[in-house]
Write a protein of this length. Structure first.
Length: 300
């Protein structure tokens, strides 16, 4: 197996077509196809389903994670060799002048992106070495990106380390059932009783969002209220403020307590963890350090 072949495999899976992968790699689609075929011959298995979008076969998924690890380390070594202090000739110096960064794909839950994570993103960007590819998914699903090799690190609710990964606690996000004053006056004049919760609209992030339904199952198990789905953390909060429904809001999004707390006992602690590949990668270590520093604001 050659690095160029592994890079072609990762590109066709990431960009989902041979044409898009060719554009990313500055090759022709035919050249990309030839590299994939050569890789398939060397391993003795079909690695991608040649559909639109391109999808890896089980054998391709198995190879991808190792391929991405090799490519990360190879790219990091190449960037180090192109650094000005290692440039020994004119061509190397010209290469060093181009703004090249190490691509590090990370997956994070939406509420973290909207609250405590931005200082880490700014620190990483200003460091000048990392091109962070931030992906978003539910905190209970982010670890799957590590298993597939689609991310090198993840903010997750899963404390069990994925094989080949290290795990460290980040802290706890506390969610509380809240609504606007106007919403409370209209729907909960006698308090958030089970009867009132059965008809009062509830805000949901998406179909994976379990915060509100878990609370309803505990305090009003027969309630089947109408649900609004707003798959954006910032707009979700604005919708609660506008009175579209009640929802579980993290403390970091309502630090001044502008929203009405429905019941002091209706809260949920979400423990978050940082899982990352166990690679000797200075770039990945830089991302990890920035994330851990930013997470200090979370409740312990």
């Amino acid at each position: 197996m050659e690095l160029d072949q592994l890079r072609a495999l990762a590109a066709v899976v990431d960009f989902e077509t041979f044409e898009a992968a060719a554009g990313e790699l500055h090759l022709t689609p035919s050249a990309v196809s030839q590299r994939i075929k050569a890789l398939e011959r060397s391993v003795g298995s079909v690695l991608v389903r040649r559909l639109k979008p391109v999808r890896p076969t089980p054998a391709g998924e198995s190879l991808l994670r190792s391929a991405r690890q090799l490519l990360l380390l190879a790219d990091e070594a190449l960037l180090a060799l192109r650094s000005p202090e290692n440039a020994n000739d004119g061509a190397a110096q010209l290469s060093a002048q181009r703004p090249e960064r190490l691509r590090v794909p990370v997956v994070v839950n939406a509420d973290s992106i909207a609250t405590w994570l931005p200082p880490a993103l700014r620190e990483i960007a200003l460091g000048g070495r990392i091109a962070l590819e931030l992906r978003r998914d539910d905190e209970h699903a982010t670890a799957d990106f590590l298993r597939s090799g689609d991310a090198v690190a993840a903010v997750t609710a899963d404390p069990t380390p994925v094989q080949g990964c290290s795990v460290r606690p980040l802290g706890t996000m506390v969610y509380r059932a809240k609504a606007s004053q106007g919403f409370v006056d209209r729907w909960f004049p006698n308090g958030p009783t089970p009867e009132a919760l059965g008809v009062a609209p509830v805000m949901q992030y998406d179909r994976k969002d379990s915060h509100q339904l878990a609370l309803l199952a505990r305090v009003a198990p027969d309630a089947t209220p109408p649900q609004h789905f707003i798959p954006d953390s910032v707009q979700y909060l604005e919708s609660v403020r506008a009175g579209l429904g009640w929802g579980m809001v993290p403390d970091q999004q309502d630090p001044d307590g502008e929203l009405v707390l429905l019941n002091p006992e209706w809260s949920e602690d979400l423990r978050l963890y940082w899982q990352a590949w166990t690679l000797d990668s200075p770039g990945l270590a830089e991302v990890t350090a920035a994330v851990v520093r930013a997470a200090r604001v979370l409740a312990v």
